[in-house]
Design a protein around this ligand. Structure first.
Ligand SMILES: [Zn+2]
Length: 217
């Protein structure tokens, strides 16, 4: 049975690396996968890049308001047409060769609630497993919309771990602007701020509360 998987963690917990490894594992077995991400992410806009240096382009980008199931169906059809036009070895099944074994999503926290609902429809109605990778909470410890819905709907939840500067497991993502911690602002840092170099530090709850003076959200 196909399942919806949500693999979540703080920033720098290796989500993109894990995604690219999962894609590789499928392809090593001769299976096709599709990679996608929301367009809102501006660094490497149409690529999935791991901090270890691996990178590959996505098959499609998801814009706010897009029907993800329709986008997925269109990509799947394109693969099937490519396979039908290609020279297929004797005995090979063009339909089977074009089958999509898995849909992998990076930066899934930026999907809308409706788009995560689409993911569950792809899993259940189209019978294709979906692996979504994302950050659970924003810099004020509130769940991102996509992550909240994934926590509600996913068949399988898996935490990808990274450590805080103190050695404990990091839970939160503190925002720094120009090297100073900030606890107010938009959920997604707007472009005008990037001149001030917005960075994030993955932190345990203890260190976060120390920096925020006890404040959450
Ligand atoms: Zn800590």
């Amino acid at each position: 049975m196909a399942k919806l998987y949500f693999r979540y963690g703080a920033m720098n917990s290796g989500k993109s690396t894990a995604l690219l490894q999962a894609a590789y594992n499928y392809e090593e077995r001769g299976q096709r996968v599709l990679l996608a991400k929301p367009e809102i992410d501006t660094k490497d806009a149409d690529r999935i890049s791991s901090r270890l240096g691996m990178t590959r382009p996505v098959d499609f980008l998801i814009r706010p308001g897009d029907d993800v199931r329709a986008l997925f169906a269109a990509e799947r059809q394109r693969l099937a047409q490519d396979a039908a036009q290609a020279l297929v070895p004797d005995g090979a099944d063009a339909e089977g060769a074009a089958g999509v074994a898995c849909l992998l999503l990076d930066e899934a926290q930026f999907l809308t609630r409706e788009q995560v609902d689409d993911l569950l429809r792809i899993v259940v109605l189209d019978r294709v497993p979906v692996l979504a990778y994302g950050i659970r909470t924003d810099f004020r410890t509130d769940a991102f919309p996509g992550s909240r819905r994934l926590l509600e709907l996913a068949h399988s939840l898996e935490e990808l771990k990274t450590i805080c500067r103190c050695g404990r497991k990091a839970l939160f993502n503190a925002r720094l602007v120009g090297g100073r911690f900030v606890f107010d602002g938009d959920q997604v840092a707007i472009d005008e701020l990037s001149a001030d170099r917005v960075t994030y530090e993955s932190m345990c709850a203890e260190c976060y509360l120390t920096e925020s003076g006890g404040r959450l959200g």
